[in-house]
Ligand binder design. Sequence first.
Ligand SMILES: Nc1ncnc2c1ncn2[C@@H]1O[C@H](COP(=O)(O)OP(=O)(O)OP(=O)(O)O)[C@@H](O)[C@H]1O
Ligand SMILES: N[C@@H](CCO)C(=O)O
Length: 318
Amino acid sequence: MAVFTALNLDDIGQWMQQFPLGKPLALKGIASGIENSNFFLTTERGEFVLTIFENLSFEQLPFYLQLMRHLAERGVLVPAPIANADGELVCALQGKPAAIVSKLDGQSQMAPQAVHCAAVGAMLAKMHLAAQDFPLQQPNLRGLDWWNATTPTVLPHLDDARAHLLRAEIHFQDAFAACASYKALPRGPVHADLFRNNVMFDGERLTGFFDFYFAGCDSWLFDVAVTINDWCIDLDTGVLDIARVRALLDAYQAVRPFTAEEQTAWQPMLRAAALRFWLSRLYDYYQPRAAEMLTPHDPTHFERILRERIATPAPELF
Ligand SMILES: Nc1ncnc2c1ncn2[C@@H]1O[C@H](COP(=O)(O)OP(=O)(O)OP(=O)(O)O)[C@@H](O)[C@H]1O
Ligand SMILES: N[C@@H](CCO)C(=O)O
């Protein structure tokens, strides 16, 4: 159960008075998720999600919550954070930072078809454009610097073939990030973790993106690559499904056309996006945070995707 902080209705009665949400009526822990303690919260004003942040600090959180508010105000479908009487979006609960956001309708679509991928692509482009004037800055904390810092900590655990792949790919990505076309990529706030389990659908209607807690400023193309590597693959092999790739890319570029530099950077970027999650999964696997940590995600899934992206070129952006 991914509720690290236990909480019941009595614990939050007084705390809730600072929010314009009326009385809390029900609180139910959410089992999925591995980062935070999440609860469905019903109040006199409707349905919400209460999150207690187990790893992020009071200083880090405004970037994520202000970004969600910025996007929600511009018509991007994301949970809207609820401010307290002082206008704050992050409030201490049991000594930890906590926030309340609106609850999205629907469920995650874990077996997406082209129609779902098109909806994700269009909303992703809309999100990138809407975040362009977001004033806060935060780097992608799981970007190139983190990959370089993390590689030496996982290498000793890997067999020779995997260690060789990891070293070679880090070397390749360092070189890629130093080239002129990489530096010319359009950038801004990105979600950076837009997997199937971080989007809600009601049938074929997309109802929202959520879990923005890996967001940061990075290239828009990185976000597209992360999304393609999860939404448009055969989960057993990592092989791209061309119809879903085309649906997502075409819907994206109908809203925000890709640049020539993005076309040049596309194949290495898909590898970068695979490396990012191979590394974080290796890191979680070999350095579990605490005894209550859930079974970590399988790192070999992204090793397979990385090998596949190296071996087989993906469809071009346009
Ligand atoms: N705003 C929301 N509206 C509806 N459901 C939500 C919302 N936020 C979270 N949930 C539900 O809570 C679950 C866990 O949330 P979330 O993925 O943000 O947790 P997490 O601990 O950050 O997980 P992880 O990083 O492993 O994806 C989601 O799968 C979803 O069912
Ligand atoms: N999406 C990540 C988990 C962190 O949200 C993964 O699948 O490794």
